[in-house]
Design a protein around this ligand. Structure first.
Ligand code: FMN
Length: 188
């Protein structure tokens, strides 16, 4: 019997703010996936600049960043998207990035299992944004892990080392990692 090949993951964050609390969650998810035996690539959307999406622009020039990120979506077993909640939705950075990526062919959403999470200062802990993001990803055919990693209120979520303070949050992270590593599209 041969060992199953090592799973691969990319993690990205929808806030480029210095001191972003969501970036702490992204790093934590990368660490936990690595501990679970996954080969993780940490991404920064600062390295994937894209203009504000507009179909006219698309006809003239698709940014190379959109093609590169779409290929990373296609070739990774796990895609983790962490986003703050802005006005009950995801950030403009995530919305714009996904708009460009969704226009790339073949579909970048049909291979990976997607994990979504976010931290916010509000007591509803990004759950409006994550529900919307799950619907949107499902609409384009992505398989999204059922646990929505909505955490809050910031800044009490993480300790100085970037680990969750509450055991309930540690459990939720572990559950998300189990789902991401054990679910598979089975080639569909
Ligand atoms: C434009 C804007 C809208 C926001 N809307 C919400 C919101 O709807 N719900 C919420 O819980 N927090 C909201 N916040 C607060 C963010 O949760 C908070 O700024 C958070 O720290 C951002 O994440 P970051 O630290 O990763 O950048 C909003 C912040 C901004 C700048």
């Amino acid at each position: 019997m041969t060992d199953a090949p090592q799973k691969t993951a990319i993690t990205l964050c929808g806030s480029l703010r210095k001191g972003s609390i969501n970036e702490i969650l992204r790093r934590h998810m990368s660490a936990k996936l690595s501990e679970a035996g996954v080969a993780v690539t940490d991404l920064s959307l600062a390295d994937f600049e894209m203009p504000m999406f507009n179909e006219d622009l698309e006809a003239e020039h698709t940014p190379d960043s959109a093609r590169r990120l779409a290929e990373l979506f296609r070739s990774s077993d796990i895609v983790v998207i962490v986003s703050p909640e802005y006005n009950g939705g995801v950030t403009p950075l995530i919305a714009n990035t996904l708009a460009w990526v969704s226009r790339q062919k073949p579909s970048p959403f049909k291979h990976a299992v997607f994990g979504i999470g976010g931290v916010s200062t509000g007591k509803y802990a990004t759950i409006f944004a994550l529900s919307h993001l799950r619907d949107s990803l499902s609409k384009v055919g992505a398989l999204v892990a059922p646990t929505l990693l909505g955490l809050g209120p910031a800044p009490e979520v993480f300790d100085a080392d970037g680990n969750p303070n509450e055991s309930a949050i540690q459990w939720k992270v572990a559950q998300t990692v189990r789902e991401l590593t054990q679910f598979s599209r089975g080639g569909i």
